[in-house]
Design a protein around this ligand. Structure first.
Ligand code: FAD
Length: 525
């Protein structure tokens, strides 16, 4: 009998299940049979439409070009997140997919504190992307060239072929995507099935364990039992295999992150008239915040709130008031969110990926990033049929560090904000648990902005510039600039600010709008 894994069984056909099936069908050779079982009675969560810029690596790995998949998934570009009403002054700010320039050894944000703080908003002074967002620009010219000269080369086919692991990335991609979650799952399904993945539509009604506690087989309602060497639990918040069958405990983040509920809605949009914003919006309300994700043809929106502070009915009322007439006749779906992670996402011969593994509120669009990260790590830790203990421990540590790291980063979004006008916002200042290492860092960051040495060094997808942007936007910043900058001439910094301004004007004048670019891509098919 072969010691190699020959049968992989994925349970669940949401984004996690089909992304995993697609990726594994490419990563593993034909000797491994992949079967995906999905229920036609239990719906997918149906949200998860804004992504993180590293998602590009996933599509590149599958060998999929934007023109092949974007039109089929009503996808648009996302160059960042616009945070609205997150600070006491209710000024908006962007968290762009763009690193800071370094001027004379210091991030340009440090120079902003010295030269520009009282004149210009930090995001417009330090980055190009806020200007492109305000002007609804596409990140690509009509000939396909990406606006950012520094990374343009990375989009060439030779470069794409070379890289496939997200934490080895040397560059910051200037954009991510928004897409229709159901259409993406369907696209991934077609891709995976073309590569030999077998689909079974049925309900899993029972999970049978072997003597050693691993999963022996699953029983379905209408098909025979299904055996496997490795089972992947993609059953969403249910955690049917990992939690229910194997009994792995779930660690809640409720003490740090208060939001536990969401109301999702799809809104019609007139993109020809109104254009398409190349960013996700996160607007703070009284008891949480609202996402807006513009797709090609409609937008997705949702209110993420804390049920400790508002009832379901009042939250929907507040949400509809916020949306105004746009929400008339739109159906709202209420979702209870399980916030936290499994103690271990890999137990025996079962790996949980997606919502069954862990989830934090979608404030930085990390759900699909967690899926991508988990799949890549699974491939690099791919097991034999036996003796995988060290591999499993290593996998579990990497996954836990990543999700915990994002929890801390999101906690910062709340505790560093100076907004405290409602019971919910007051609780984010006084009642939440701020992890000790973050608390310590926050003291430092009141004196100097985060850099690579002061943020959490474990891979969790966010770099120091993201921490710095959030602190500046939330009004949690040093009182004065770094003392050492008083000893360095500032002409290079001034020239850099000027160059950003000139480049922003040039790009705003020459790039096509996102609507124009995407319509051009669709028409050229
Ligand atoms: P699901 O979509 O719930 O799929 C579960 C699957 O398991 C279904 O196919 C179901 O039929 C199947 N299943 C369950 N039980 C059985 C059974 N007994 N037998 C057979 N099949 C079964 N992520 C982002 O990256 N960006 C975002 O903007 C974002 N926004 C979000 C907003 C909200 C409110 C929520 C809750 C999540 C959001 N996410 C976001 C996360 C994202 O939606 C998920 O990570 C992603 O959709 C993956 O879900 P899933 O496939 O794990 O689970």
């Amino acid at each position: 009998m072969s010691k190699h894994v020959q049968n992989v069984v994925i349970v669940g056909g949401g984004s996690a299940g089909w992304m995993t099936a697609a990726y594994l069908s490419k990563a593993l050779d034909k000797n491994v049979q992949i079967t995906l079982v999905e229920s036609s009675n239990i719906t997918t969560v149906g949200v998860g439409e804004a992504t993180f810029s590293t998602i590009k690596v996933f599509f590149d790995y599958l060998g999929l070009q934007e023109h092949e998949w974007m039109p089929k998934c009503n996808a648009t570009y996302k160059m960042g997140i616009k945070f609205v009403n997150w600070n006491a002054k209710r000024q908006h700010f962007y968290h762009p997919f763009q690193r800071y320039e370094v001027i004379d050894g210091f991030d340009i944000s440090e120079w902003w504190l010295k030269i520009k703080k009282n004149q210009e908003a930090f995001d417009y002074a330090c980055f190009l992307i806020p200007w492109l967002c305000d002007n609804q620009k596409s990140p690509r010219y009509l000939d396909g060239q990406v606006f950012d000269d520094k990374v343009q080369n990375e989009f060439s086919s030779q470069q794409i072929a070379k890289k496939n692991i997200l934490n080895n990335l040397k560059i910051q991609y200037p954009y991510a995507y928004h897409f229709d979650a159901n259409l993406l799952a369907r696209f991934m399904k077609d891709y995976a099935m073309r590569r030999g993945v077998k689909q079974i539509v049925d309900d899993v009604i029972d999970v049978k364990l072997a003597e050693d506690g691993s999963i022996d087989h699953i029983n379905t309602k209408e098909h025979d039992s299904i055996n496997g060497d490795l089972f992947i639990d993609c059953t969403g918040f249910r955690g049917l295999l990992i939690n229910k069958a194997l009994g792995e405990p779930f660690i809640s983040y409720a003490e740090s992150l208060l939001c536990d509920s969401a109301i999702a809605m799809q809104l019609p949009s007139d993109i020809q008239k109104d254009g398409i914003n190349p960013y996700t919006t996160a607007t703070a309300l009284n008891n949480g915040w609202v996402w807006n994700i513009p797709l090609y043809g409609r937008s997705g929106t949702g209110y993420v709130y804390s049920s400790a502070f508002v009832s379901q009915e009042d939250a929907e009322k507040e949400f509809r008031e916020h949306l105004g007439e746009a929400s008339d006749n739109c159906k709202a779906s209420h979702i209870k969110m399980r916030i936290g992670r499994n103690r271990n996402s890999w137990v025996k011969n079962c790996v949980a990926i997606g919502l069954s593994s862990g989830f934090v509120e979608p404030l930085e669009s990390t759900g699909i990033f967690f899926i991508q990260h988990a799949i890549e790590e699974l491939v690099s830790h791919f097991p034999n049929k036996s003796s995988n203990e060290e591999l499993i421990n290593s996998y579990n540590k990497v996954i836990a560090d990543c999700i915990d790291g994002v929890r801390d980063f999101l906690t910062l979004h709340y505790c560093a904000s100076d907004r405290a006008d409602t019971e919910f916002w007051k609780a984010t200042k006084h009642d939440i648990k701020v992890p000790e290492n973050l608390r310590e860092k926050l003291r430092l960051w009141k004196n100097r902005l985060p850099n690579n040495k002061s943020i959490n060094p474990k891979f969790h997808g966010f770099e120091s510039y993201s921490y710095s942007v959030m602190l500046l936007g939330l009004n949690y910043m040093p009182e004065s600039s770094l003392p050492v900058l008083e000893h360095i001439e500032d002409q290079n910094a001034r020239a850099a600010f000027m160059a950003i301004q000139e480049k922003a004007n040039y790009l705003s004048a020459t790039l096509p709008s996102q609507y124009e670019y995407l319509t051009h891509v669709i028409k050229s098919q």
